[in-house]
Design a binder for this molecule. Structure first.
Ligand code: GTP
Ligand code: MG
Length: 370
């Protein structure tokens, strides 16, 4: 059974096509990059390159995890990545700001400006937590569809004076589809019209049963304005994170996900990358989506220059040849030639796909006219 094109296999492993073709030759197979190989052969090659394969069905190599397998003994604890989601105006940004300000050293508070849409705080107990500034539902969905699972925990913010709204339901569905545990933050508890039990009842209708209703989902009453419940919320997050036992190997080539990216007038393309595995170093060569680059400089969430960034650390990366998209996966590779080849392959593949889609539409239009 045909399974995967050689070029596509190389692409998914972030390896050079020539190297994959060579490996196939050494296994007695003479193929070019546009030929397909079966799933068993693909698996053999993938393992030879030290990657891991995930099969969707017997004959279909749907996904090759583009990372080498890490040995259990190399796995070290990492900070949880938390995404705050919820309906418009329910206080997501306010809550993030309140958490950040509460955790910033006194006296520094006013002076700290957030530079990137992600940051790390440290709790009293010394636990580090990485927060993603709500990337919006669209970005979250697109990241998920690209296989970039960036978040470990979703904090669902629901305003106590407003209860469950359409985007609350969307967020619940996203979290469930992604299989990510949820913590409910019932916000604006300081408001006279606050009715937290109404929120709990509203959630129940969407099969989110909070602890106060004898369920398993942690719920915390908070106020971004007064700071009430913030410590409890952080404790809930830390508890949830502990259960997840999150680990990553920091001593390998970095892999990460683009949280946001833009073209900066003075600095060129800039991407905020959440490192998920390994450690990203200044000078590393990487491929990210259809772009590639060499890390020229990195800045942390406080705008400070850093030379390295380990698992769960968000950094702003400079040195890209183009602007990637949110959700694109970054892989560090060995050589510039390799990076360029993979990026070009991906760009061409995307172009072909668009052209094919365009041709199909034209044909359809012609048929309709006929
Ligand atoms: P979008 O990003 O537009 O979806 O909104 P958001 O969810 O980020 O809400 P945001 O933090 O911007 O807050 C919306 C409004 O609610 C602002 O006017 C806040 O001042 C107010 N607000 C947020 N949290 C609280 C709270 O705990 N208590 C009270 N009283 N008001 C709050
Ligand atoms: Mg906001």
């Amino acid at each position: 059974p045909e399974a995967i094109m050689v070029g596509e296999l190389a692409n998914r492993m972030a390896e050079r096509v020539a190297d994959v073709v060579k490996a196939l030759m050494q296994n007695g197979m003479m193929v070019t990059q546009n030929q397909t190989i079966d799933a068993d052969t693909a698996e053999l090659i993938v393992e030879e390159f030290g990657h891991r394969i995930v099969r969707v069905s017997d004959s279909d190599v749907e996904q090759v995890i583009t990372t080498s397998e890490d040995k259990p003994e190399d796995m070290k604890p990492r900070a949880p990545v938390i995404t705050i989601m919820g309906h418009v105006d329910h206080g997501k940004t306010s809550l993030l700001d309140a958490i950040r300000n509460a955790k910033v050293v006194a006296g520094e508070a006013g002076g700290i400006t957030q530079h990137i849409g992600a940051y790390q705080v440290e709790t009293e107990a010394g636990q580090k937590l990485t927060f993603l500034d709500t990337p919006g539902h669209a970005a979250f969905t697109s990241m998920r569809s690209r296989g970039a699972q960036v978040t470990d925990i979703v904090v669902l913010v629901v305003a106590a004076d407003d209860s469950v709204m359409p985007q609350t339901v969307e967020a619940i569905n996203h979290a469930k589809a992604a299989g990510v545990p949820m913590i409910v933050a019932i916000n604006k508890i300081d408001k006279p019209a606050a009715d937290p039990d109404k929120v709990r009842a509203g959630l129940l209708q969407h099969e989110v049963i909070v602890e106060k209703m004898s369920g398993e989902v942690q719920d915390v009453e908070v106020s971004a304005h007064t700071g009430q419940g913030l410590d409890e919320l952080l404790e809930s997050i830390a508890l949830q994170a502990e259960i997840l036992e999150l680990k990553a190997n920091p001593d390998r080539n970095a892999e990460g996900a683009v949280i946001e990216a833009q073209l900066d007038v003075g600095r060129g393309p800039v991407a905020t990358v959440l490192v998920q595995k390994g450690t990203l170093h200044q000078g590393d060569i990487f491929v990210v989506g259809e772009q590639w680059g060499k890390v020229r400089a990195m800045e942390n969430d406080r705008g400070e220059r850093v030379k390295i960034a380990g698992p769960s650390v968000p950094v702003e990366v400079l040195g890209l040849n183009g602007t990637p998209e949110a959700g694109d996966v970054l892989n560090v590779v060995e050589t510039e030639a390799q990076a360029r080849e993979i990026a070009e392959y991906r760009a061409q593949a995307a172009k072909d796909k668009r052209a094919a889609a365009g041709a199909a539409t034209t044909l359809e239009q012609l048929m309709q006219k006929a």
